[in-house]
Write a protein that binds this ligand. Structure first.
Ligand SMILES: [Zn+2]
Length: 153
């Protein structure tokens, strides 16, 4: 069931860009960048520090796990990344408090990542979380019987 929902959610999920980060001579900056912003940021840093220009590197471009949902530090684009269990728990707490947002594509992205991050086979609290997240996911999917209304706009 969860596998099917993940697949269905991915079909309607907001598109993400590859996640990059910048290695500087002084270490990692701690920010995430989309490919375009990362490229220009590295170029800028190199210009300002010509003697060490070779030590500024745009790294990443592949999927890693994050404690918060990754977005570009400059333009706010959604970036590709898995959620750590901690991140998934934070997101679940958020959905319990606020419910679905007004962006079904972003909800679909995050719910799919939550489903991917959690250990769904355990009992107790995680079992409650699973039922809660799966019910939210079903509300997002077009064929779901609970989906009300038509296509506005
Ligand atoms: Zn960007």
């Amino acid at each position: 069931m969860a596998d099917y929902l993940s697949f269905a959610l991915d079909r309607i999920a907001a598109k993400t860009l590859p996640c990059h980060w910048i290695v500087t001579p002084d270490g990692d900056q701690g920010y995430e960048w989309c490919p375009t912003c990362g490229y220009y940021m590295v170029r800028n840093l190199r210009r300002r520090d010509k003697r060490r220009r070779e030590d500024y590197i745009l790294d990443g471009g592949w999927r890693t796990s994050h404690d918060t949902t990754p977005i570009c530090h400059n333009c706010g684009a959604l970036l590709d990344g898995a959620m750590t269990e901690y991140c998934a728990e934070e997101e679940i707490a958020y959905y319990r408090e606020y419910g679905l947002s007004d962006r079904p594509d972003i909800d679909a992205l995050y719910l799919s990542e939550i489903i991917g991050a959690m250990g769904w086979d355990y009992g107790g609290k995680e079992h409650e979380d699973r039922d809660f997240i799966l019910s939210l996911a079903q509300q997002l999917l077009p064929a779901a019987p609970t989906a009300g209304g038509g296509d506005a706009e």
